[in-house]
Design a protein around this ligand. Structure first.
Ligand code: 5GP
Ligand code: SF4
Ligand code: MG
Length: 454
């Protein structure tokens, strides 16, 4: 998911809209913006893409100089409007709006306790438990109540909360998901990725730190570190696939990280070939790195149609590889008679690679070598990335040779774990890589969870 918040700007709703636009890649299922104006809260939500949901009329219905916005991509809870965020509620102490990126691992247990105590949930998503915990808290100030609520939850969160008068943002102690802070005409902007700051011409200030709670109000910024310190575990997959390459996350541009991964892959698994071809867009930068390191020419021999929606009307007579061909087409002239290295960021189910290899062969490739700029995806993510069940992950049921045969490549190599982490330099110990090694930083089966008390 994508999160934005604005404090102290006359165009708060518009800036949130632009922020969500820049973060569209983080979620396409639903989007919403809430604003606060003179003690009243306003919210507009919809299913689908930001540009389709928000018309200028709808933005006009969002007055005020504070806003929070959210793009949803579901990892917990179904795809329905009730699960769209920001989640806005009224409780004894006022109104609040919440936008959450991440996934809580103990949400079900907390929900049970809350429901026992009489809470009525509007949604099926995990984020709503935070709202209820805040409402249940007896803390004096809003930020105290937020801290109390967050002390009970475990897992991944990069959060933006808004009341009638202030904004509170927080990042979980492991720092799984990114979150950064910027400034624009004296206003503060918080966003999942720094590409938001670029679009709205805000100055990038810094990351919100793992475990940090930031209060933004009339007095300015106040930073708290109220939680027990944990080891930093940023999501390596943000750099591999999820974040935009023009974003600086976890202190580095994703662009450079991806390119270095491609270079590492070229050193680790070289192969004689004529051209290096990315699977666009996710393989572009690692292919560029692979090409630079190997000296083999980079060619954009797979072209992506950027206007692909969710459904297509297929003709009655079957077209081979239709699904992938609507999205990607091979440039025959570049591929015919060549030994081709295809680069992608990851293999999940293996169906994409299989279709691409076939397409490239049909375009006349003499050899097809597949190189993947991350290790085999072996385990599902429980911290906010939507990976399928273990059984559907091709690498969890098939070894390298079986996977190679399935995707029908001449050779297949993945970037090794150590080489991937080496790319992160000094910070290599600060990443979560559980989807590759099963090393989950936060217990996922409930054994280590603290019981909560209301
Ligand atoms: P596969 O066909 O192996 O399941 O899919 C692999 C492709 O999916 C790769 O090109 C990769 O870029 C992309 N991919 C990896 N993770 C995700 C994800 O979380 N969501 C989406 N939409 N695509 C993903
Ligand atoms: Fe990221 Fe993988 Fe860890 Fe999930 S399991 S947070 S996708 S590195
Ligand atoms: Mg891809």
């Amino acid at each position: 998911c994508g999160v934005v918040a604005v404090y102290g700007h006359a165009e708060a709703a518009n800036l949130a809209y632009l922020g969500l636009y820049a973060l569209q890649h983080r979620g396409q299922e639903s989007a919403g913006i809430a604003t606060s104006d003179r003690g009243k809260m306003y919210v507009e939500l919809g299913m689908g893409l930001v540009a389709d949901i928000f018309t200028s009329q709808r933005i006009k219905k969002l007055p005020g100089n504070m806003s929070v916005g959210h793009n949803r991509y579901s990892t917990a809870g179904e795809s329905q409007i009730v699960n769209a965020q920001p989640c806005v509620i009224n409780y004894a102490k006022g109104s609040l709006a919440l936008a959450h990126n991440g996934n809580l691992v103990n949400a079900d247990e907390i929900r049970e306790v809350l429901v026992e105590a009489g809470a009525i949930f509007q949604s099926t998503n995990d984020s709503e438990v935070i709202v209820h915990l805040i409402a249940h808290s007896h803390g004096d100030s809003f930020v105290d109540r937020v801290i109390e609520a967050l002390s009970a939850v475990q897992g991944a969160y990069s959060l933006a909360l808004m009341t009638e008068h202030e904004i509170v943002v927080a990042r979980d102690p492991h720092g799984f998901r990114p979150l950064c802070l910027g400034q624009l005409d004296g206003a503060y902007v918080v966003a999942s990725e720094s590409c938001v700051m670029d679009l709205i011409e805000a100055e990038y200030l810094r990351e919100v730190e793992p475990g940090e709670v930031l209060l933004i109000n009339e007095q300015g910024l106040q930073s708290f570190f109220p939680f027990r310190k944990q080891e930093t575990r940023r999501c390596i997959f943000e750099h591999i696939y999820f974040a935009r390459p023009d974003s600086r996350i976890f202190g580095e541009y994703t662009y450079s990280v991806r390119k270095r991964m491609g270079k590492a892959l070229a050193r680790q698994s070289p192969v004689e070939a004529d051209i290096v071809v990315p699977v666009p867009d996710s393989g572009n930068l690692s292919a560029l790195g692979y090409s630079e390191e190997s000296g083999i020419a980079f060619e954009m021999a797979l072209i992506r149609n950027h206007y692909v929606g969710r459904t297509f009307i297929e003709p009655q007579s079957p077209i081979r590889h239709f699904g992938v061909k609507v999205k990607l087409n091979a440039v025959k002239e570049l591929i015919d008679g060549k030994r081709v290295i295809i680069i992608d960021d990851s293999i999940v189910r293996g169906t994409t690679s299989r279709k691409i290899v076939k397409m490239v062969r049909e375009a006349g490739a003499k050899e097809v070598h597949v190189r993947i700029s991350s290790p085999p995806t072996l385990f599902p993510c429980f911290y906010g990335i939507d990976t399928p069940n273990r059984e559907e992950l091709i690498a969890s049921r098939h070894n390298l040779e079986e996977t190679r045969r399935f995707i029908t490549a001449d050779t297949l190599e993945y970037l090794h774990m150590e080489d991937m982490l080496e790319v992160m330099g000094e910070d290599k110990g600060k990443f979560c890589s559980a989807c590759f090694d099963g090393n989950y930083p936060v217990d996922i089966d409930g054994r280590g969870h603290q019981p909560i008390q209301l």
